[in-house]
Design a protein around this ligand. Structure first.
Ligand code: SIN
Length: 281
C-alpha cells in the first residue's frame, strides 16, 4: 500500500496511511512524511506496533533526541530517550509521569532552544462504556496568527516574551537544581516556522511571565488575550487516541494539552520522544 496523507476536518492535522513505522523508511517516504509534518503541524499513523528502539530511530530522522526533566525520573529501561507517560502504579509507585501537560503549552518553551517536536506512541488508551478518554487537543498557533487584525499583527511583530520555567504548575515539583538549570529566557512572540516560513504566535499562560518593554499588568492582560485567542475552537483539533497510534506535533506551529478525564482503573500508557530544535526566530 502506498503512503496517503488524509487531512483532518480541522485547521491542522493529517493522518498518514500506508506506512509501517517498524520498518526502515526510504528517503522519498521520509521526505513526504516530513513535508506533511511541516504542513499540518500534527500527523498521526494508526495501527502501529513499534519497539522503543524503533521509536527512537524514527524520532532521530527528524533531529537529535532532546531530554527533559520527566525522562530523568521515568524512562523506558535501556532507552533513556523515551519518557513514560502513565497513570499506572506498581506496588504503590508511579510507573510514569501522571497528568503531564494538562494546561495549554508548547514543550520546553522555557529553554533557549525549544524542541522541534514531540512523538507520542499510544500503548494503552483509557476507555469507559466503550468510549475512549484521555484525548489530546492541539491548537494551531499559525491559524491564530493569520486571523489576527493587521493592527494587532503590527503591534506584536518584534516583541519578545519572557518564558520562565517556574511559571507553570507541573506534574512534578521541580528541584532547586532543575530551576537553576533553567533560568528565564526570551523568545519572539511571533515565530517564523523554519521550514514553511509561516508565522506562528508563540505565547501562552503560565510559561510566559512578561513582555519586554511592557508594564507587568499590560503584559499579563495581553498574554491572556493571545493565549485565549490561540485556543479558540476554530483553531483546535482534538485527537481521540487508539492503541497503536503514533502521533507527532510541531512545537512551533501548535500548542497542546492533555485532557485529564480518566482515572484508575482506566489505564493510559504512552511513550514520548522529543527531537531537538533551533533558537526561535
Ligand atoms: C504532553 O504534553 O506531552 C502530554 C500529552 C498527552 O499525554 O496527551
Amino acid at each position: 500500500m502506498s503512503m496517503k496523507v488524509v487531512p483532518t476536518a480541522a485547521v491542522l492535522g493529517a493522518e498518514i496511511a500506508g506506512v509501517d513505522l517498524s520498518r526502515a523508511l526510504d528517503d522519498p517516504t521520509f521526505a513526504a512524511i516530513e513535508r506533511a509534518y511541516n504542513e499540518y503541524g500534527v500527523i498521526f499513523f494508526r495501527g502501529q506496533s513499534i519497539t522503543p528502539a524503533q521509536q527512537v530511530a524514527f524520532t532521530r530522522r527528524f533531529g537529535e533526541i532532546e531530554f527533559n526533566i520527566f525522562g530523568e525520573r521515568w524512562s523506558v529501561q535501556g532507552n533513556p530517550e523515551i519518557v513514560v507517560l502513565s497513570n499506572v502504579t506498581e506496588g504503590g509507585r508511579p510507573t510514569g509521569v501522571r497528568r503531564a501537560g494538562e494546561r495549554w503549552h508548547s514543550d520546553m518553551c522555557y529553554t533557549a532552544r525549544p524542541p522541534r517536536g514531540t512523538v507520542l506512541y499510544a500503548i494503552e488508551v483509557p476507555e469507559l462504556h466503550g468510549l475512549s478518554l484521555g484525548d489530546t487537543e492541539f491548537a494551531s498557533a499559525a491559524a491564530a496568527w493569520d486571523a489576527l487584525p493587521d493592527a494587532m499583527k503590527r503591534a506584536l511583530e518584534g516583541r519578545r516574551a519572557v518564558f520562565d520555567f517556574r511559571g507553570r504548575k507541573r506534574a512534578l515539583t521541580p528541584t532547586q537544581e532543575e530551576i537553576d538549570r533553567n533560568p528565564p529566557v526570551r523568545h519572539p512572540i511571533v515565530r517564523t516556522h523554519p521550514s514553511t516560513g509561516r508565522k506562528c504566535l508563540y505565547v501562552m499562560r503560565d510559561d510566559c511571565t512578561g513582555i519586554e518593554g511592557m508594564e507587568p499588568d499590560e503584559a499579563e492582560a495581553l498574554i491572556a488575550a493571545l493565549a485565549d485567542h490561540i485556543v479558540k475552537p476554530a483553531f483546535v483539533y482534538r485527537h481521540q487516541w487508539r492503541p497503536g497510534d503514533v502521533l507527532m506535533w510541531d512545537n512551533c506551529t501548535v500548542q497542546h494539552r492533555a485532557i485529564q478525564d480518566y482515572d484508575m482503573p482506566q489505564r493510559r500508557l504512552m511513550h514520548r520522544t522529543t527531537m531537538g530544535g533551533a533558537v526561535p526566530a
